[in-house]
Unconditional design. Structure first.
Lengths: 450, 619
């Protein structure tokens, strides 16, 4: 149920990449929660924009990470009529999601779709005509319905969760039937089947959740960082991929001192290419700063293209780049492959920008790496943070149920308590079930009764 | 004549209602056509079953009759779901239907506050939305502060056997036509339901032993150690009869298919809606064509009597087809039909007309309980009778109402479902209807409810004394289990409670091996042990459930004043407002359970409750 006495938080700016992103907190504890993610210790002054640094690490460490402007709008003179704190910071999705995580860790709840408008309406900040969205929300049987109209991707997700929910309903109905109709003379489900079917649902839920990251990529785009030694051909590759000259390409090592970015369309996926300065020891201060930035840029990458000149022997720097166990996905690009190769590695994609060779292979590999095996044609991916959270709750409940069956031999009614919990979470994504629904299902599918 | 409470009908709802009101000190008139049919079982001669057994335990815990009646007159006892978990164990018993009725009649006879009114109820007397009394068909007028109507299937009852139809309340009993008219005239929303019963066979025409030997029937004897329904039963129960299991065959299937046009269920003759969980033979065969056989139980209706109930064989086909069908059953080739089965249609009042005390909103002081509210089953009827009886007595005394929540009891689930959701088909209780099932077990019904029964004055001193001792034992034993250290094979020591949390450790075994010494009721050790074991073993689940229940209880505490102006709440759609006005929920929790409510609508309502919810002026 919607409650209106807790503190909610959400990203207020449209998803995707913008220069500035705003995270909005509303509720009785808005200020108390907000100050926990700020480095500034002083209390916030009403209606005063304050520059501070924020912790946007999802609550995992206390390291301040970014600048932000924070404003407190005390109740009742705010958008929602409650205490509202707005944090404006970098538009980077990484930063915004991290900030959201920190705020949730500090005690805020992720807002449901339309919940800010809803609260504004409750507190008479807007009338109903202004809040048509709220009217729809009140009429919508499911939260997702309200969103589906303008969100095709989530619609596909909803279909997939619904299919999962049906499977779970079938399992629940069979278990419930065996409890409520023990004298029918047959099993509604064989005991060993329960764990198997539960396993199937968990596997499928895992598959949906593993696409979480992909869903985010689809919505917000991916960042691909080109890295490598100086003069390895990074800028040539950058230009080849964007299809026109943007980076200055010379034979002089260290030409790219800062980094360049350009967004390309990779088979429907928005990819921001980042060309970074080559890594080398240098005394040039500007260049040194460029190198430092290049290393930071890599941290934000969804995929790293490690470019290595195939016509030169591999150096230690190259090995470090290839074999580094940093968490990024990486592709090794053997550049300048029109020349005599000095090294071979099976995983390397051979590219010649002068001849235009290997670029299609590279694009395919990038796409595969970013989106998983199936490419983008199966977009049942979750990009909504709240849905991810709900589905993870469902998974936890289902896993608990499986443990209860396998290890503790818990009786069905306890296992069912877990399964119903999982269905409640599904219900928040696709619509709410009821005991009546379970009984309907039983009566429709089984001949019950004496 | 003037009464505090008049009860119309002496079925399972009526007798509990009359008994409860009388025990609470009211002068009660119990109106019935004949004392011969008191607490009658016109269908299945059995009490209990899944979830129904829970209801009986709860009725007993509150001080009602049904549990003691069935323990005293049961002839075969079985604890269903014994191999499953403690929350779904459900007692069931075959009753000697004649002795059951005798027992209840005697129990009522011992209540000096109950006077029998032998006659047919004709008209409900009400003025200005307030009950005044009851007029009998003879014209006699009886006055009362509260009237409880429990007429079962009698309102405009219509029996179908094949194409033959006759007006009847039950077989060979006339229906209540005038009363039905009177209820309609008061403006109640009336619907039509259907139920049915199987044919009865002559015991003497069936060779039970021969068929068991031939492997055609399977004999069922009941539990070797029967579990009583009542906490007050202090003696060992006995199984006195067997039942027999057999299965339908292809000839039965063919016969039904070939004669389906003769079935009033399938030729359009019956308009009322029947229960899906208790389908007629016609339904089973036509709706589930893939099932090649169905179970049939042969159940004696009394000891020493000749009527055999053919459980699973309810139908409304013509008598001659029923005879053929019986003879088509394996082992019943020579069986003699005493009475054919039949379907009965009857009027019911949509229970959304009622408040959670089962009082009608339309007429103050008028209570409805049992099948008239769209339920089926003796246990569902008795539970409502009890609630209506208690509240009728309290209304007559101008005392506060008595309502059980969904977190407190199956009875609470039953009443809340009825008054919040209404009935589309005959309503039967299932454990799956109780979202807090884990907390509502048969082993703790007394701990949950006996104090409540004591509070309203239904639980007598003797019953209360038994309960107090049991509660003290429970508290003492819990301490013992938390404090007793047990040495494990590894040499480590753990408390008995810690040990019990392991799946394969059973309390029974610990007690038998003298690892712990508990104070258990020597006569009913299972009650004590089950409660202890369950609360310790599943503590994690139970805690989680308790906190869910507490959350639900909170929204059930947010009261909505009578005549709350739902139409003034901004943002609610017209449908939602209509639904709310129709159901008139008494709490925010109840409002949330009305079908078609969205979470957002409830949140809006919750906020405006505070703003608009100054107690509305009573009209």
């Amino acid at each position: 149920m919607f409650s209106s006495d807790d503190t909610i938080v959400a990203i207020a700016t449209p998803s995707g990449r913008g220069g500035i992103g705003v995270v909005r907190i509303s509720g009785p504890n808005a200020t108390a929660i907000a100050v926990q993610v700020l480095t500034r210790r002083q209390a916030l002054a009403p209606r005063e924009a304050t520059l501070t640094r924020i912790r946007a690490d999802g609550g995992s460490s206390r390291r301040p990470s970014d600048h932000a402007i924070v404003t407190w709008f005390p109740a009742p003179h705010s958008y929602t009529g409650e205490h509202v704190v707005e944090i404006s910071t970098h538009g980077s999705p990484v930063v915004l999601r991290g900030l959201l995580g920190s705020l949730v860790a500090a005690g805020a709840r992720l807002a449901r779709p339309g919940e800010f408008t809803f609260r504004a309406f409750l507190n008479s900040r807007i009338d109903l005509a202004q809040a048509e969205a709220v009217a729809d929300l009140i009429d919508a049987a499911t939260p997702l319905q309200a969103q589906m109209a303008f969100d095709q991707l989530e619609g596909t997700l909803s279909a997939r969760i619904e299919a999962l929910d049906r499977k779970l309903l079938d399992l629940i109905a069979r278990l419930e039937a065996s409890l409520d109709f023990p004298e029918e003379g047959f099993h509604f489900i064989e005991p060993h089947e329960v764990a198997t079917r539960l396993g199937d649902v968990i596997d499928e839920l895992n598959a949906v959740l593993s696409h979480e990251a992909r869903g985010r990529l689809i919505r917000e785009g991916a960042t691909v960082v080109i890295a490598g030694r100086v003069n390895a051909g990074k800028s040539s590759l950058f230009n080849a991929l964007i299809g026109h000259e943007r980076a200055i390409v010379t034979d002089v090592p260290g030409t790219t001192r800062d980094f360049l970015t350009e967004t390309i369309d990779l088979d429907g996926l928005a990819v921001t290419l980042v060309d970074t300065a080559g890594a080398r020891e240098t005394k040039d201060e500007v260049e040194r700063e460029g190198v430092a930035r290049a290393i930071r840029a890599r941290d934000a990458a969804d995929l790293l293209l490690v470019v290595i000149d195939s016509a030169e022997e591999l150096t230690e720097d190259d090995h470090r780049l290839i074999d580094s166990d940093e968490g990024h996905a990486r592709l090794v690009v053997a550049s300048k492959c029109d020349r005599e190769p000095k090294w071979e590695r099976t995983e390397a994609i051979r590219v010649s920008t002068t001849r235009g060779e290997g670029l299609d292979d590279l694009r395919c590999a990038m796409l595969r790496s970013l989106t998983g095996q199936e490419g983008l044609r199966d977009p049942a991916a979750i990009s909504n943070v709240r849905h991810v959270m709900l589905l993870k709750e469902a998974r936890a409940a289902l896993t608990h149920a499986r443990t209860a069956i396998n290890d503790a031999g818990a009786p069905e009614e306890f296992v069912l308590a877990d399964l119903h919990r999982a269905r409640t979470s599904f219900g928040e994504v696709v619509g709410v079930g009821s005991s009546e629904e379970t009984l309907d299902y039983i009566f429709r599918h089984f001949c019950i009764g004496k | 004549m003037t009464f505090d409470v008049i009860v119309v009908g002496a079925g399972h709802a009526g007798v509990e209602a009359a008994h409860a009101a009388a025990r609470m000190g009211c002068h009660v008139g119990l109106c019935t056509l004949s004392t011969d049919t008191v607490a009658h079982m016109p269908c299945n001669p059995a009490i209990g079953g899944t979830a129904k057994g829970h209801l009986v335990r709860e009725i007993d815990a509150l001080g009602g009759l049904m549990g003691r009646a069935i323990d005293a007159t049961g002839i075969q006892f079985k604890l269903l779901n014994r191999s499953r978990g403690p929350a779904v164990w459900s007692p069931r018993a075959q009753a000697d239907k004649k002795r059951y009725a005798d027992w209840v009649r005697t129990a009522l006879g011992q209540e000096p506050n109950i006077a029998w009114i032998l006659g047919r109820a004709g008209r409900i007397l009400a003025t200005a939305g307030q009950i005044r009394g009851l007029a009998l068909e003879t014209g006699e007028r009886l006055l009362c502060s509260s009237l409880i109507v429990t007429t079962g299937t009698f309102l405009n009852g219509l029996i179908h056997v094949g194409r033959e139809q006759r007006s009847a309340g039950r077989v060979e009993e006339p229906p209540s036509i005038d009363l039905a008219e009177s209820i309609k005239a008061l403006g109640f929303q009336v619907g039509r339901l259907k139920t049915g019963t199987p044919p009865r066979l002559d015991r003497r025409s069936i060779d039970f032993e021969g068929q068991v030997e031939a492997g055609v029937f399977v004999e069922e004897r009941g539990d070797s150690e029967p579990t009583p329904f009542s906490y007050q039963t202090r003696r060992r129960l006995e199984n006195r009869i067997s039942c027999w299991l057999l299965h339908t065959n292809d000839s039965v299937r063919e016969l039904v298919r070939n004669n389906i046009d003769e079935s009033p269920l399938f030729n359009g003759q019956i308009k009322g809606i029947g229960p899906r969980y208790c389908p007629s033979l016609e339904d089973k065969i036509m709706r589930f064509p893939d099932r090649d056989r169905h179970q049939i139980y042969l159940e004696p209706e009394t000891i020493g009597g000749d009527e055999i109930y053919v459980n699973g064989f309810s139908m409304s086909l013509p008598r001659e087809v029923q005879e053929k069908l019986v003879h088509a059953l394996p082992g019943l080739e020579a069986a003699r039909l005493i009475r054919p089965g039949y379907a009965i249609e009857y009027d019911f009042v949509q229970p959304t007309e009622l408040t959670p005390t089962l009082e009608s909103r339309r007429v103050k002081g008028l209570f409805l309980a049992g099948q008239i509210n769209g339920t089926s089953g003796y246990e569902e009827a008795a539970a409502q009778g009890l609630i209506a009886g208690i509240n009728a007595a309290r209304t007559a005394r101008r005392a506060e109402s008595f309502v059980l929540g969904r977190q407190d009891a199956y009875i609470g689930v039953l009443v809340d479902d009825l008054v919040t959701r209404g009935c589309l088909e005959p309503y039967r209780m299932f454990t799956s209807r109780a979202e807090h099932r884990l907390l509502l077990r048969i082993d703790n019904a007394d701990l949950r409810l006996t104090p409540r029964g004591r509070e309203v004055g239904l639980v007598g001193d003797e019953h209360w004394d038994l309960f107090e001792r049991r509660r003290r034992r429970y508290e003492h034993n819990t301490c013992v289990l938390n404090q007793t250290l047990i040495r494990l094979d590894s040499g480590q020591r753990q408390t008995a409670s810690q040990l019990l949390r392991q799946p394969d450790i059973r309390l029974n075994a610990l007690v038998n091996d003298r690892k712990v010494v508990l104070d258990v009721d020597p006569e009913l050790p299972d009650f004590d042990l089950a409660t202890l074991e369950t609360t310790i073993k599943y503590a994690g689940y139970l805690e989680q459930e308790s906190s869910r229940a507490e959350r639900a209880r909170r929204s059930d505490r947010r009261r909505i004043a009578p005549q709350f102006p739902f139409e003034q709440v901004p943002g609610l759609s017209r449908e939602v407002v209509q639904r709310l006005q129709q159901i008139q929920p008494g709490t925010l929790g109840q409002a949330a359970r009305i079908p078609g409510m969205t979470p957002a609508a409830i949140a809006v309502l919750g906020v405006f409750l505070n703003r608009l919810g100054q107690p509305a002026t009573r009209t």
